[in-house]
Design a protein around this ligand. Structure first.
Ligand code: FES
Ligand SMILES: [Fe+2]
Length: 380
């Protein structure tokens, strides 16, 4: 197979290598048509076929450390919450009362019982109905048979993921060897605790945000502070992680005078887990995350999380958070909204991807991969 066909599914691109021979005559691979970022039916297919069948990030385990601690969140229009039981285990439930459907919890908190605000049906931390006012003598009412609807949950390096598909492959099967690679770069990752999070609503489709994150071709143009403060741009690369739907970013630490903090110790690595979460290990083991939550076809909330050994934001971490939010994070926000506006243009034509045979920071192999995974998920 070769790249002559202009087909994103081409074998050479799938393996992360582009045929070098006869490169002058090979038709470049094109970006996706605008409908993938704008059409309600494609957004709907991504909801059902992709987000409802893949592992979605909920929160870090340190945000719900004690029995009764819960954290509410959503995946598209599905309200969910994770809660720590009396047994110390974590469970995820749909956030909907088994009576007539009211939401049970909002935000985050700690409780001994989950009491529905509508008619006060109460559930234990394991989701079982404990009491329902006025039902004691109700013929045929079987309290013991009523339980909140549970959702699959796994903890991955301390991060809690859920999957609405009861038959989905496990995290380890979905992302083979990724956990080992993360632990190799950050052996004590389990000891991290949630320290800080901020978010922003981007007026763009979720895939625009994800694509922007997963290429660094724009870094030297736009992210000069990142390229001088955190990593050495000459060493940056993004590659498919084996056959799994993970993209691995790697770079040497920025060791010059411009570094934002003491970057000695270990290099930079980032693991993007398709379709909506990325775990980044900044140099010297500074753990942080990106997470994209689709709100509407052209609206996405992006979350930026930071984790430290004790959950405390010290001066050094605060400096990094502030610099990142005011530069890279803000710069990307402008970029993705600019792209979404362009995708609405009658003049938009999918352009050629820059698949540099040498790979590295100026290549968009990772974008070809994302396009392949997107087509796989939503094309009929
Ligand atoms: S809807 Fe929850 S108790 Fe009625
Ligand atoms: Fe960027």
């Amino acid at each position: 197979m070769n790249v002559m066909s202009g087909n994103v599914m081409s074998g050479n691109v799938m393996s992360g290598k582009v045929t070098s021979g006869n490169a002058m005559s090979a038709a470049p691979i094109e970006a996706l048509p605008a409908r993938y970022y704008r059409a309600p039916e494609i957004y709907g297919r991504a909801r059902e076929r992709l987000f409802f069948r893949s592992w979605q990030f909920a929160c870090h385990q340190s945000r719900i450390p004690e029995p009764g601690d819960y954290f509410a969140f959503s995946v598209f229009d599905q309200d969910l919450f994770v809660i720590r039981g009396q047994d110390g285990g974590l469970r995820c439930f749909f956030n909907v009362c088994r009576h007539r459907g009211h939401l049970l919890v909002e935000g985050t908190g700690r409780t001994r019982l989950l009491v529905c605000p509508y008619h006060a049906w109460s559930y234990g931390l394991d989701g079982r109905l404990v009491s329902a006012p006025g039902t004691r003598d109700l013929p045929g009412f079987d309290r013991g048979a009523i339980c909140l609807t549970e959702v699959r949950l796994e903890v991955f390096c301390g991060f809690v993921f859920v999957n609405l598909d009861a038959d989905a492959a496990s995290m380890a099967e979905s992302f083979p060897r990724v956990e080992q690679a993360i632990r190799a770069l950050c052996p004590d990752i389990e000891e991290r605790a949630f320290a800080h999070e901020h978010d922003a609503v981007e007026r763009c489709n979720w895939l625009v945000g994800v694509e922007n994150y997963n290429e660094c071709y724009h870094c030297k143009v736009v992210h000069q502070t990142f390229a001088s403060g955190v990593i050495d741009p000459k060493s940056y690369n993004i590659q498919a992680f084996g056959e799994t739907r993970c993209l691995r970013h790697s770079a040497k630490a920025q060791a010059g005078d411009t570094a934002w903090y003491d970057t000695s110790g270990s290099d930079y690595g980032s693991f993007f887990l398709w379709p909506s979460f990325s775990l980044q290990i900044y140099p010297s083991g500074l753990v942080n995350t990106y997470h994209w939550q689709p709100l509407a076809v052209e609206e996405t909330r992006v979350y930026r999380g930071w984790y430290s050994r004790d959950g405390i934001v010290d001066d050094s971490l605060q400096k990094v958070i502030d610099l990142d939010r005011d530069t890279t994070f803000a710069e990307d926000l402008t970029l993705v909204e600019g792209v979404q506006r362009g995708l609405r243009s009658l003049g938009y034509r999918p352009g050629p991807l820059v698949l540099n045979p040498a790979e590295g920071i100026d290549s968009e192999h990772s974008i070809a991969k994302l396009h392949e995974w997107m087509r796989e998920a939503v094309d009929d």
